[in-house]
Each structure stands twice: as structure tokens, then as C-alpha cells.
Design a protein. Structure first.
Lengths: 197, 304
């Protein structure tokens, strides 16, 4: 996460505690500290869920709330020697899996209406519909990957995680993540080109 | 370095995770291999598009909703006392109990409820004072009814009915009044059935604390003709240590048609009574009636 994203955050500067220290305070009963963790991480988490779900902002935001709720509810399972971000993505994956189970038929379905999210978001308005189209195609391609391959790509490209950290989140080895990343990218390229033509 | 291993490294290369010796080797290979360059271009395009797919801005609701959720969560933590029913319920709900255990617990709970309920019912005060009064009234009424029945049945021509009437004496619980005692004494003296007379004697013996009964029994000696009743009466006299019966017993001895066994029995009784030696308690008087009308096998111990 870049520091630019913190620029409009009123908590920055007020609290120099690490995520780990904050979460330990939450665990000890000072649940208000979760607010600062929310400020630091909700965007990245939203991005992860958004790309994993194939670009539905409303559903992703619901899941973001869900992840933070679980972090509160299961705060006692947080261990001091773990990395907060790893733990958060662990829970996020569980929330995601539950969501997919509940909405099996609707899972990873890219809705054309979601284009409005891009255009309305202001990011892409000036770059035109073509680019939005590109991204929509990309989401369709992503949706066709297996969830395992998709999450490796999303975590490495959007969350800018290194293989080592991804391996921690997925409870696997760094080598396995590297192999999966290669396969996923190759597969995505093939699917992407097929949709495009 | 071949093309296959190169293409395996493209992802690392693009994400900047390719360590140094491999990185230089890859760059060198790409410079001389058009097919790998084409592959890199294609993959790079996808990679770049991935990069363009930015995350949308969170909606303005996300932050307030989070803080509302946080406040809500806090309220479930803070004010709750240690043992509230709500907290207990939530704790039970969150408890992961396997189904059979749950069923077992349920059965045990039901059993416990039954046991406690039974214990409670059993320990309840038997009756309220009002109930007790009502019961007493009812008992008195039943007693009166029995008395009336007794007095009615005792004149019945059937011996069985008369026996039944006599048997009611026991159920009067010693509450027999003068009318009943008179009726019984008259039956003892005048009934023409030996069994009825014997039963009446048996019914009257426990009432001997009443002087009227005692005197009635003493006078009855002279009236009896049946040897069975005579010897039974003699027994009762010994039991009661009734000295007033001595003249009667002696008069009885003078009767010409007296049964032999009764004669010796009466002599024995006279001797016991006049020497003042109490009747041996071990020798319970034998039953004199020939039929077994009464369920009670033994005579009640005499109070006097």
C-alpha cells in the first residue's frame, strides 16, 4: 500500500503503532483500535474481494464488513507472532469461500452493470469506454480461472504481495506459489486472447 | 537458457521478483529470441491490463457502516453482566456441541425436570387446613352412615348381613355410641346364630374399656347356652381380669347340661381369676368361631 492512500486519513500521524500492536490491543479488549486497522486496510481488502468476485462493488463491500466483523469476533485467535495482513487475508478467504458457497449459481459472474462502477468511479471516465471494456473482458477472463490461480494473480498483482507472503496467506510453500503464478498468468493470457478475438 | 524456462520466468520478471543472475540471463535471451519477445509482449499486455483494473472507490456508506458495526459490536461486549440470560443463550448458541451430545443433554434435562417436579409434588404440604376440616367432616359423615348401616343390618333376618353389621364395629374406630353398644349386647345375648354371637363377642371385647360393655359381657355369661360362646366369654373374662364375673361363672358350673370341656375351662378360669394370676399372655385365646368372617387373624391385645 502506498503512503499516498493514507493522505486523507485522519489517523495517520496520531498513531504510529504497527498493525500487529494494534490488533493485540483489540485482542486485549480495546476494540476501538479496529477503527485504525480499518482505515489502513479496507481499500486493499475491497480490491482483493472485488477482483476475486469479478467486479461487484456492492457485494465486495458487504464482504469487507464481514471480514472486519470476523476479525472482531475471532480476535482471540490472533497470535502475536503472526503478521496482521496475513491473518486478515486468511479470514477474507474464508468469508469469500462462504459467500461463494451461499451464492453458488451467482459466483464469479461478471455483470455488465458493473461497468458503471468503473465509469462512475471517475478513474476511467477520461480514458473512455474502450478501456472499461478491456477491464470487463479481463474480469471475464479472471472469472474463468480456478479460484486458486485467480487468488495468486490477484494477490501478487493487485495487493503487490511477494510470493513469500502469498505462501503464508495460502498456507503453502513459496515454490508452489511461484508455479501457480506462472500457470495462472499463462492461462489468463490464453483466455484473454480468446475472448478478445 | 532455453525458451521454455524463459517463459516460466516471465511472471517473476514482470512482478520484479526474479533474482539477479536469472534476471540478466533472461534479458540476454530476450534480446536474441523473437518468439520469446512475442510471448513477453502478450503476457505483458495482460499484466498491464490487470494493472489498469483499478479498485473502485469505496462507496460513501462503507466507513459509516463499519463504525456502526463496531459500535454495535462494542455494545454487545461492554454492559453485559457476567451471567445474563442473553449472554448464556449466545454462549450456548456459539458452543459447538455434536448432535448426540445435545440429545443426551436434552434427555438428561428432561429427566431432571421430572425428578425435581416429582420431589416437589411429594414434598408439598399434604392438605390445607380447609381440606383437613372437610376431610374430618366427611369422615364423621361416613362414621355416622356406618353406624346407621350397622343398626339397620343387625336386625336383618340373614345371618350374613348381621355378621357384616357386626364387622362395621371395627370400622367405627371405637367411636361406637350407646345405641350401637346396646344393639351389639342384645345381639350377643339373643341372636340365634352362634357365629354371629361369637363375632359380636369379638367385636365387643376391644370396647371393654367402656363400663357398660364390661358389665354387659359379665351378664351375658348367664344367658349363653352354646358351649363355644361360653368358653369364649370365659376367656374374655380372664383377659379382662373381671372378678365380678366369678359368681356368674360359678352359677354356670351348676348348670346340669354343661359341656364337659366348657366345664373344665370355666373351672380353670375361676381359678385364674380368684388367685389373681394374670392370664399367660403367650397363650392367645384361640378363635372360637367356625367361619372366617373377619380378615384379622388375631384378637387385638386388650388394653386393660
Amino acid at each position: 500500500m502506498s503512503t499516498a492512500e493514507y493522505s486523507n486519513n485522519p489517523f495517520i500521524g496520531l498513531d504510529s503503532l504497527t498493525d500487529n500492536a494494534l490488533m493485540l490491543r483489540v485482542k486485549a479488549g480495546d476494540v476501538d483500535r479496529m477503527g485504525l486497522l480499518f482505515e489502513r486496510h479496507h481499500r486493499a481488502l475491497l480490491g482483493f474481494l472485488y477482483h476475486m468476485l469479478g467486479g461487484s462493488r456492492a457485494a465486495s463491500e458487504d464482504l469487507v464488513q464481514n471480514v472486519f466483523y470476523r476479525m472482531l469476533k475471532y480476535r482471540h485467535t490472533y497470535s502475536a507472532d503472526g503478521e496482521f495482513r496475513t491473518w486478515m487475508y486468511h479470514l477474507a478467504r474464508n468469508v469469500l469461500a462462504d459467500h461463494v458457497k451461499k451464492n453458488r449459481h451467482a459466483a464469479y459472474h461478471t455483470d455488465v452493470a458493473n461497468v458503471a462502477d468503473y465509469l462512475g468511479g471517475g478513474h476511467l471516465a477520461d480514458e473512455g469506454l474502450e478501456q472499461a471494456q478491456d477491464v470487463l473482458v479481463l474480469h471475464q477472463a479472471l472469472a474463468r480461472l480456478s479460484p486458486e490461480n485467480r487468488e495468486v494473480l490477484v494477490l501478487s498483482r493487485f495487493q503487490e504481495m511477494k510470493y513469500g507472503e502469498i505462501a503464508q496467506v495460502l498456507d503453502t510453500t513459496e515454490g508452489a506459489v511461484r508455479v501457480r503464478a506462472h500457470r495462472a498468468l499463462k492461462e489468463l493470457k490464453t483466455i484473454y486472447l480468446r475472448i478478445e478475438n | 537458457m532455453n525458451c521454455e524456462s524463459t517463459q516460466d520466468q516471465l511472471a517473476d520478471y514482470m512482478s520484479g521478483q526474479l533474482p539477479e543472475p536469472e534476471h540478466s540471463e533472461l534479458v540476454a535471451h530476450l534480446a536474441g529470441c523473437t518468439s520469446c519477445r512475442a510471448e513477453l509482449e502478450a503476457v505483458q499486455r495482460v499484466w498491464r491490463t490487470l494493472g489498469k483494473a483499478t479498485t473502485p472507490e469505496p462507496s460513501p456508506n462503507l466507513r459509516p457502516e463499519f463504525y456502526a458495526m463496531l459500535a454495535d459490536f462494542k455494545s454487545t461486549l461492554a454492559p453485559e453482566p457476567k451471567y445474563s440470560p442473553k449472554g448464556l443463550w449466545r454462549w450456548l448458541r456459539e458452543l459447538q456441541i455434536p448432535q448426540p451430545a445435545l440429545r443426551l443433554a436434552y434427555s438428561l434435562a428432561l429427566l431432571l425436570v421430572g425428578a425435581v417436579g416429582g420431589y416437589w409434588l411429594n414434598n408439598q404440604p399434604k392438605t390445607t387446613p380447609a381440606d383437613q376440616q372437610q376431610l374430618a367432616t366427611l369422615a364423621a359423615q361416613v362414621g355416622e352412615m356406618r353406624q346407621v348401616m350397622l343398626l339397620t343390618l343387625i336386625d336383618n333376618p340373614s345371618a350374613t348381613e348381621r355378621l357384616r353389621a357386626v364387622s362395621y364395629t371395627k370400622e367405627l374406630d371405637g367411636a361406637a355410641d350407646a345405641k350401637v353398644i346396646n344393639a351389639l349386647l342384645s345381639t350377643l345375648n339373643h341372636d340365634d346364630n352362634v357365629n354371629v354371637r361369637l363375632a359380636t363377642l369379638e367385636a365387643l371385647a376391644p370396647l371393654a374399656a367402656d363400663p357398660t360393655v364390661r358389665l354387659g359381657l359379665v351378664h351375658a355369661l348367664a344367658q349363653q347356652e352354646s358351649p363355644l360362646v361360653q368358653s369364649a366369654l370365659a376367656d374374655v373374662m380372664v383377659q379382662l381380669q373381671e372378678h365380678r364375673s366369678l359368681p356368674q361363672l360359678r352359677a354356670l358350673l351348676k348348670q346340669a347340661n354343661l359341656d364337659g370341656t366348657v366345664k373344665s375351662k370355666i373351672e380353670e378360669s375361676i381359678q385364674t381369676l380368684s388367685t389373681g394370676r394374670p392370664a399367660a399372655p403367650a397363650t392367645t385365646p384361640q378363635r372360637h368361631d367356625q367361619t372366617h368372617v373377619f380378615p384379622r387373624a388375631e384378637r387385638p391385645a386388650l388394653a386393660v
